[in-house]
Design a protein around this ligand. Structure first.
Ligand code: WQD
Length: 338
């Protein structure tokens, strides 16, 4: 079985390629290397002993997408990660996000809908829920008006897939709504490589721990939570990667009950910012230099998953703890800064 992984050199994409290869799938990666380096291929190969096929290609070029599918007739499934994902940047450059995240999705689906059978896994996000009314968040929670163009592209992307699956019975798709991915492969051969100043909490913590950053700013401790800081569901990226393989298998084996399904992918446990900091201090044995500052606009107070549907229907459950994930993130940070 040959699987196309778009954005396969990226953080979650590369970890998913490893798990696909571990399960015996042949993988071809498309990536435009705008936010990832080709060196990631070496890391994947070191882990699995198999170098995935790779084509540097920008999915915004429709002609290149058509050419790719004319040369790769035997693609059995597609896992689509390629997208811009910085919430703050999306507010400043909305059209870049709508073009990059949506036109590429349309071009892919146009090719897949022309095949007699197509299996498609979409990288979505818990961002679609905004500030959900109830915790933990189930897949039936209402999708709320997006807080950013990035979040809107995930909402619109899901609607494009849903509408396509309505029309094309040959198209079978699953959207995976991620919570907060973190960590790195235990081999420390691949991991998160944020460009510039990290927007996300965990890479900022490990970069502060290694001395690259002076101090972590904690964005607010006056929220209505156990310790005043925001709650999130931090999931080990390897657990998240495995969820993609399980979801793909569900489609390839025709076990999906509808031709479009949605699953939350998290641990089911909420952790506050201060609890994440304490996790770092436990696994590193180091005290983290941080200070409390004002709230960050757009942050939701709390978001953690009800994972019962993924557990029951997908037969998948996150196995790693917060400390396991933080340990892998710290090992990775020390490895790349050595
Ligand atoms: C987590 C918590 C911050 C940095 C985003 C996207 C989401 C997904 C994951 C792509 C919040 C606090 C953070 C810092 C802090 N990305 N924080 N100091 O915002 O939950 O989710 O990344 O799919 O779509 O929205 O993750 O890591 O940015 O923030 O205090 O320097 O850490 O306020 O409470 P977020 P995050």
């Amino acid at each position: 079985m040959k699987i196309l992984v778009t954005g396969g050199l990226g953080f979650i994409g590369s970890h998913t390629v490893v798990e696909l290869q571990n399960e015996g799938y042949q993988v071809v990666i498309i990536d435009n290397c705008s936010n990832a380096s080709e060196d990631v291929l070496d890391g994947i190969t070191k882990i699995t002993g198999k170098q995935p096929d790779f084509e540097k290609l920008d999915l915004r070029n429709k002609v290149d997408v058509l050419d790719f599918f004319s040369r790769h007739k035997n693609i059995d499934g597609v896992i689509h990660f390629a997208a811009s994902k910085a919430v703050g940047e999306s507010v400043e450059k909305p059209l870049l996000y709508y073009e990059n995240n949506l036109s590429t999705l349309v071009y892919l689906l146009q090719q897949l809908s022309a095949k007699n059978k197509a299996h498609f896994i979409f990288s979505s996000s818990c961002t679609v829920y905004g500030q959900a009314d109830e915790m933990p968040i189930t897949e039936n929670a209402p999708v709320k008006p997006a807080e950013s163009p990035y979040g809107n592209t995930k909402q619109i992307g899901e609607e494009i897939i849903r509408d396509s699956c309505e029309v094309f019975s040959n198209l079978q798709a699953i959207s995976l709504r991620y919570f907060n991915p973190m960590g790195a492969h235990p081999s420390a051969e691949i991991g998160e490589l944020p460009l510039g100043i990290p927007q996300n909490l965990v890479p900022f913590i490990t970069q502060t721990g290694i001395g690259m950053r002076e101090q972590l700013s904690v964005f607010g401790d006056d929220y209505p939570t156990k310790d005043g800081t925001c709650i999130r569901d931090y999931i080990h990226v390897v657990d998240l990667a495995k969820a993609h393989v399980v979801a793909l298998k569900r489609l390839l084996e025709g076990k999906n009950e509808k031709n479009y399904e949605v699953f939350n992918v998290g641990t089911g446990t909420g952790s506050s910012v201060l609890e994440v900091i304490k996790s770092f201090e436990r696994v590193s044995g180091e005290e983290l230099n941080y200070k409390i500052v004002g709230r960050r606009p757009g942050d939701v107070v709390s978001a953690y998953a009800d994972t019962s549907r993924a557990n029951r229907v997908l037969g998948w459950k996150a196995e790693s703890t917060l400390d396991d994930a933080m340990r892998s993130a710290w090992l990775w940070e020390k490895k790349i800064r050595a």
